[in-house]
Design a protein around this ligand. Structure first.
Ligand code: URA
Length: 434
């Protein structure tokens, strides 16, 4: 088999066989096929697209290019959740304890963030002492004992995807549905869960800006999951404004704790209940959505979800006292308001721009090497549709230094639109795709 023939076949609109796809993924992972040939193939895929069979073969070849995590030592059906990412997305922090308190084991591999705020691991490191450097044995043991364990992603999980994604990033070949769906699903399949619940975001703060693109991606990933023999459900949720009110690592942890104490923002609670109910159903805990939502509401009301978070933090070396005393979480020295420039209604919040504010304050990474400040970020006071009076705070910025705070204030004012009339509402959960 020759890489040249594979490139030409795809360039001319042909369908690659499973053997051809495995040949190029295995050769590329071993460093035997050069970047320039794989770039050419990616560009051919970009224009000619991939069939369902090709997309599945690509996903499986990438998933099997490194370690496939064996979670058979964990009792019960393992359900993983994946979000395509957004601003203020702290979902795993509240959702994992909620579903674990309902008896679903959570064995999660998470990453650090690149961009507006940290990833789940960065956020969890707001608890002093917390570590995700677990051995595989500790990881399995913790899930069986506590119900949750979160581990940093190992380098050997889907290494083909790692190489290919980095190449696509610099060759303008990221935004192809089959390539995005296979990239995400290869990592999920390698991470070993029996069932997968996907949170696909749409809007100005999401990877997929348009709802129809988010829907197409969700459908593609659900198809891959089913074809790979894993029960897969996707929820399409709004990311046209930040999720909840808090954006920034420790600030998001505090909002997740508030949510577990029954005082969460409406949109965030709705997302946790929607995703959580699908996780309980996929994990065989109950057969219908309303019963599942009731179970999740109960573990918030009786305090068991919040206790589960404390247990999990302690099991991974963190200070569990911070769960009952969130005022001990890292705090920024400067807190300043962003005053509204006029009376009216908040009609739009450019979500990407809010992410940039958090980045400017030091809450996110510009490069993989950046050190992030866990204490900084923003807490919104007004969300889309809220009435506002001139001079009232639109948000509070939590900053480490005054010049960064001033720059972020200017940026936030540019991101938050005020109009005379309230905007038309749109549903927060757009669809559930099974
Ligand atoms: N996220 C991924 O993991 N892969 C892609 O291709 C795009 C987004």
């Amino acid at each position: 088999m020759r890489m040249y023939d594979i490139i030409m076949k795809k360039r001319n609109g042909g369908e690659l066989s499973e053997q051809e796809i495995r040949f190029f993924i295995e050769g590329y992972t071993r460093g035997e096929i050069p970047d320039y040939q794989v770039s050419a193939l990616m560009m051919a895929v970009y224009f000619q697209k991939m069939t369902e069979a090709e997309t599945l073969a690509l996903t499986m070849a990438m998933a099997e290019s490194g370690d496939m995590l064996d979670l058979s030592g964990i009792k019960g059906i393992k359900v993983d959740k994946h979000s395509t990412g957004g601003v203020g997305d702290k979902t795993s922090l509240a959702l994992a304890p909620m579903v674990a308190a309902c008896g679903i084991p959570v064995a999660k591999m998470s990453g650090r963030g690149l961009g507006h705020t940290g990833g789940t691991i960065d956020k969890l490191e707001s608890f002093s002492g917390f570590t995700t450097a677990l051995t595989r044995e500790n990881f399995i043991e913790n899930v069986n004992r506590v119900g949750i364990a979160i581990m940093g992603q190992t380098g050997d999980l889907a290494p083909a995807d790692k190489k290919l994604y980095a190449l696509r990033d610099v060759t303008a070949t990221v935004d192809n549905l089959s390539l995005i769906a296979s990239s995400i699903m290869s990592k999920k399949l390698a991470a070993g869960a029996d069932a997968i619940v996907l949170d696909v975001k749409t809007g100005s703060g999401a990877f997929m800006k348009r709802e129809e693109d988010a829907r197409a991606l969700a459908e593609e990933m659900v198809k891959i999951g089913k074809n790979a023999g894993r029960k897969t459900v996707a929820v399409i949720s709004d990311m046209d404004q930040p999720l909840g009110y808090a954006v920034g690592n420790a600030l998001e942890v505090k909002e997740a704790i508030d949510t577990l104490r029954g005082r969460g923002p409406a949109d965030f609670v709705e997302l946790c209940l929607t995703l959580g109910s699908r996780m309980l159903m996929a994990g065989g805990r109950c057969a219908d959505v309303s019963r599942a939502r009731q179970m999740l509401e109960n573990v918030i009301a009786d305090g068991s979800a919040c206790r589960k978070l404390a247990e999990f933090v302690e099991a991974q070396g963190g200070d569990a006292g911070m769960v009952s005393h969130p005022e001990l979480l890292p705090k920024a020295p400067i807190v300043c308001p962003v005053p509204a420039p006029a009376d009216g209604y908040v009609s739009r919040i450019l979500c990407d721009e809010v992410g940039v504010c958090s980045l400017l304050l030091g809450g996110g990474r510009e490069t993989k090497e950046s050190v992030i400040d866990l204490s900084v970020g923003l807490v919104l006071c007004k969300k889309v549709g809220d009435p506002v009076k001139k001079g009232e705070p639109l948000a509070f910025l939590h900053a480490g230094d005054a010049s960064k705070a001033q720059e972020a204030v200017r940026r936030y004012l540019g991101a938050c639109m005020i109009s005379d009339a309230p905007p038309a509402g749109t549903p927060f959960i757009k669809a559930v795709i099974e």
